[in-house]
Design a protein around this ligand. Structure first.
Ligand SMILES: Cc1cc2nc3c(=O)[nH]c(=O)nc-3n(C[C@H](O)[C@H](O)[C@H](O)COP(=O)(O)O)c2cc1C
Length: 175
């Protein structure tokens, strides 16, 4: 899919819809080395920290992708047109530990513009990020009882902040 670089100041999205309805695919690793993995994410944010644009993602340590987000410095967040919803669902229900789910989803990894982590040819939006901070959720600080219920296995997410180094998207992603 043809995507244009979008200056961060002109990037337009509906964040709740992007994360919660459309979902994003988080890909971490190194395209040139052929060592990467991708999984669907629905929880996260976009914003500004330390005066730089950033994306926040949360990864449970039980995910195969976690080994990649720990080992590598960069990741991408990709959004796909509606017709790829089954592929996005597959990346969010199967593990890269058990086989080549990217091939099974018929998605095509390709080099990103600024970072080692790959993007996907079929994506309509690519956000390229470089890790700049991590932290672990601390259950002692959960203020709402609904949160703990999300962790029956106590596999509390690791949080990553990635500086957004490039955004590539379609005309509707640009103001
Ligand atoms: C809609 C949706 C959203 C998800 N959001 C997250 C998330 O934000 N963080 C997370 O750790 N797992 C999330 N998951 C679960 C992972 O995508 C899923 O466990 C995946 O199979 C992990 O793949 P992996 O083992 O190859 O890393 C989500 C799954 C779906 C279907």
């Amino acid at each position: 899919m043809k995507r244009q670089p979008i200056p961060i100041e002109e990037f337009v999205t509906k964040p709740y819809d992007l994360w919660h309805v459309q979902n994003l695919v988080l890909t971490s690793g190194d395209f040139a080395k052929g060592h990467f993995n991708a999984m669907t994410v629905g929880w996260g944010s976009l914003g500004v920290m330390w005066s730089v644009p950033f994306a926040q993602v949360v990864v449970r340590p039980t995910r195969y992708t976690y080994g990649f987000t720990e080992q590598y410095d960069t990741f991408t967040l990709c959004a796909f047109p509606k017709k790829y919803a089954p592929a996005v669902q597959l990346l969010g229900t199967k593990s890269g530990r058990d086989g080549n789910k990217i091939a099974e989803a018929k998605l095509t990894p390709l080099a990103s513009t600024q970072i080692a982590a790959p993007s996907f040819a079929e994506a309509e939006l690519v956000i390229e990020c470089r890790k700049m901070y991590w932290d672990d959720l601390n259950p002692a600080q959960f203020l709402d009882p609904r949160i703990e219920r999300r962790y029956p296995n106590k596999d509390y997410h690791r949080i990553y902040f990635g500086e957004i180094v490039a955004v590539l998207g379609r005309a509707h992603h640009r103001a």
